[in-house]
Design a protein around this ligand. Structure first.
Ligand code: NAP
Length: 281
């Protein structure tokens, strides 16, 4: 009984400590209504941040924002409904939301839907252009909007959700493999330029993670090869030393650490969160 009380108190204490880490800070989580983005928004909210999630579908956003925890009742999370491909609307909505909350976003999670699957040998020029725009131009535009306040506060965290294909190209993801490498090098260059201002820029590389995106990849592969969903799933699991897919919260935990005050001397790196799947260091 004594042991149980101790454990309970300990857990409460740990949760209270966690909610102090980002207290008073605001975070913008792109693609925050679903999957990895949503799990990251929850994690950052647990760390005490005031979180804004951004995505296109407003009813998904409304549902997601109400599920975000608030360790402090004064913290009101919010959302921005916008297609990131509409750059002018994106910029004006972010600026408007910042002034509505009277606080700049010092934590930015750049995250979005992945480019469609397919072999590179049949990819069209427009496919590369669309993916480059959605992943690199959008990340760059939002970062440029937020960096001045990060510099002023001598604190900033830019975390890009990319893919393990940065380290090892994945089969049948030709456009994605190409664009992810560009985003990783954009990020490393930003990290070098911004380190002296107390701003870190890092990449989280998810492995196969149980979200809508993974379900679509499995369905497409099964349809293309005429295989059963179970066979495609088993084949994918076979390549993962951990023997299972990741959970969005496991990716979010890495994002939470990179957003924390403790990660201040880590910048310009790639962190795979992939159950050991990537075959190189
Ligand atoms: N899941 C995996 O196994 C895995 C593995 C490696 C890499 N990744 C990468 O990690 C990232 C997140 O993956 P996920 O699995 O979490 O994806 P997801 O479940 O499909 O969620 C994507 C999120 O992005 C939003 N979004 C998509 N397009 C958008 C746009 N044009 N404008 C604004 N918001 C947009 C979606 O909401 P709306 O549709 O409402 O806009 C949703 O909130 C992707 O880049 C993915 O490729 C995932």
């Amino acid at each position: 009984m004594k042991k149980a009380i101790f454990a309970e108190n300990n857990l409460e204490m740990l949760l209270a400590q966690k909610s102090e880490n980002l207290k008073g800070r605001s975070a913008l989580v792109c693609g925050g209504s679903k999957g990895i983005g949503f799990a990251s928004a929850i994690y950052l909210a647990e760390m005490g941040a005031k979180v804004t999630i951004l995505a296109r579908n407003e009813s998904d956003l409304q549902e997601a924002v109400t599920a975000l925890p608030s360790p402090n009742p004064d913290i009101k999370h919010s959302y921005i409904a916008c297609d990131t491909n509409n750059i002018e609307e994106l910029k004006s909505k972010i600026i408007a939301k910042q002034s509505e909350q009277g606080q700049p976003y010092l934590i930015l999670v750049n995250n979005s839907g992945g480019p469609p699957a397919g072999p590179i040998s049949s990819a069209k020029n427009e496919d590369f252009q669309a993916a480059f725009y959605q992943h690199l131009i959008v990340n760059h535009t939002i970062s440029l909007l937020l960096i001045p306040a990060m510099k002023e506060n001598h604190f900033g965290r830019i975390i890009n959700v990319i893919s393990t294909s940065v380290k090892q190209p994945l089969p049948n993801l030709g456009v994605s493999n190409t664009i992810r490498a560009a985003v990783a090098n954009w990020s490393k260059t930003m990290a070098n330029e911004l380190a002296k201002d107390g701003i870190t820029v890092n990449n989280v590389l998810p492995g196969a993670t149980e979200t809508d995106r993974l379900a679509t990849i499995i369905q497409n592969k099964a349809a293309k090869t005429g295989s059963l969903l179970q066979s495609v799933t088993a084949e994918m699991l076979h390549e993962i030393p951990a023997g299972r897919f990741g959970q969005p919260r496991e990716i979010a935990a890495a994002i939470g650490f990179l957003a924390s005050t403790e990660s201040s001397y880590i910048t310009g790196i790639n962190i795979p969160v992939d159950g050991g799947r990537t075959g190189n260091l």
